[in-house]
Design a protein around this ligand. Structure first.
Ligand code: CTP
Length: 391
């Protein structure tokens, strides 16, 4: 829970997308953050301070010289005690003011006095975004260490189509986490596998398993947040593709093997979270199998163990992490996989983690250490695994 107990000053400026700041506030609160909203005068033309303060559970600051407000929480407090400052939506005007060093209202003053990281989510007409002056301002701010998320392409409220839409609230949330987190995986190249594989019976049927891909996707996102370059090799999954990672979709165990072998040499950390099929039908029928026969048996053959194969290719400088899905003698069986597959760490879990948002795992290392974790959201499990990889 990266945002838990974090103080976030949320600046809202006057764009039609200001209404999305309400949903963003709700999500920030849900993640355990403390939100202090600040609105510009024009933002208050689009949404009411009452809605924002109700969702934030904190008063909305608007004016620089509001003496009652100042005695409660001053503009210097809003700037300096914040762990993160987000401006969403950020208009061309606030971007221009920040880049030009102007501080003529509460929000621009906060930005100038800020010690915390600042995340700007631009929202404006596509012509305005393309304006060379706006672009120069963005470059200047990026050089000064400001973070940006978006804008996205699409239909704009002004009737235009193009780049200028506020990034989605989920993307802003992810960027907020990224801005807050220590970049302890910078320089690392992390290969993650996720999801099930599908082994064809005929053109419309397959053998697969209940993996959703959630664990692997959570690891890929966490590694990317911590500064790594990430390749995510994923079997079929309904999850949205994580932003900022090289996404390699595969279907079968064989395709997963090929993709892993391709990306393995340049990877420094490999985490095999995929639930690869151990067997596939010996024969895949070219046409749909008709239900003519009374019964049907499928002959199956072993697939290659991807992780075991990578273990034979592994160099000393690489860290190889596998999962072990067990129903009994969990640590003993997981320990066997650690040795047999030449791993540095193995993450033991049970079927309770399949297709679930939480997972209870034990991380075993080669030196016999066992970290027995309580049930945790998969995002948190991902970070704990990466903590052990860093160690
Ligand atoms: N794995 C793999 N290739 C396979 C099967 C498994 O790379 N064909 C990897 C999984 O991604 C996981 C680890 O091996 O990281 C252990 O997978 P698991 O299903 O727990 O065990 P298996 O090795 O398949 O052994 P068993 O099914 O007999 O428990």
């Amino acid at each position: 829970m990266i945002l838990k107990n974090k103080k976030i000053t949320l600046g809202v400026t006057g764009a039609i997308s200001a209404y999305k700041a309400l949903e963003l506030t709700r999500l920030l609160i849900k993640e355990g953050a403390e939100v202090h909203p600040v609105m510009t005068r024009s933002a208050a033309e689009f949404i009411t301070p009452l809605s924002l303060s109700t969702l934030a559970k904190n008063p909305v600051s608007t004016a620089l010289f509001d003496l009652t407000g100042e005695s409660r929480i001053s503009h210097i407090d809003l700037a300096q005690s914040a762990d993160l400052i987000i401006v969403a939506p950020a208009t061309a005007n606030i971007i221009g003011k920040a880049a030009g060093g102007l501080a003529d209202d509460l929000l621009s003053t906060i930005l100038m006095a800020a010690k915390a990281p600042v995340l700007l989510a631009p929202s404006m007409n596509s012509q305005m975004w393309a304006n060379p002056i706006v672009q120069a301002n963005v470059k200047k701010l990026e050089k000064a260490g400001y973070h940006f998320i978006g804008p996205a392409e699409g239909d704009l409220a002004c009737g235009y189509k193009g780049k200028g839409r506020l990034a989605s609230v989920e993307e802003i949330l992810e960027a907020a986490k990224e801005a807050l987190i220590a970049k302890d995986l910078k320089g690392e190249k992390v290969l993650v596998t996720a999801g099930p594989t599908r082994e064809a019976i005929d053109p419309v049927r397959y053998v697969s398993n209940a993996s959703s891909g959630k664990m692997g996707y959570a690891i890929a996102k966490a590694a990317r947040r911590r500064g790594a370059e990430v390749v995510l090799v994923s079997g079929p999954s309904f999850l949205p593709r994580p932003a900022g990672v090289t996404f390699v979709p595969v279907r079968t165990a064989e395709e997963m093997l090929d993709a892993c072998v391709r990306y393995f040499p340049q990877s420094t950390i490999v985490i095999m979270a995929a639930a690869v099929a151990d067997y596939r039908p010996t024969k895949s029928y070219p046409n749909k199998v008709k239900k003519d026969a009374k019964s049907l048996s499928l002959e199956m053959e072993r697939t290659q163990d991807v992780l075991k194969h990578l273990g034979t290719l592994k160099k000393k400088s690489q860290t190889l992490i596998g999962f072990a899905l067990e129903t009994d003698s969990i640590e003993e069986n997981a320990g066997k996989k650690l040795k047999e597959k030449g791993l540095d760490l193995v993450v033991a879990n049970t079927p309770a983690g399949l297709d679930s948002d939480t997972n209870q795992v034990t991380i075993l290392s080669r030196d016999g250490q066992a970290d027995r974790l309580p049930p945790l959201p998969k995002d948190e499990v991902a970070d704990r695994i990466l903590d052990r990889a860093v160690k």
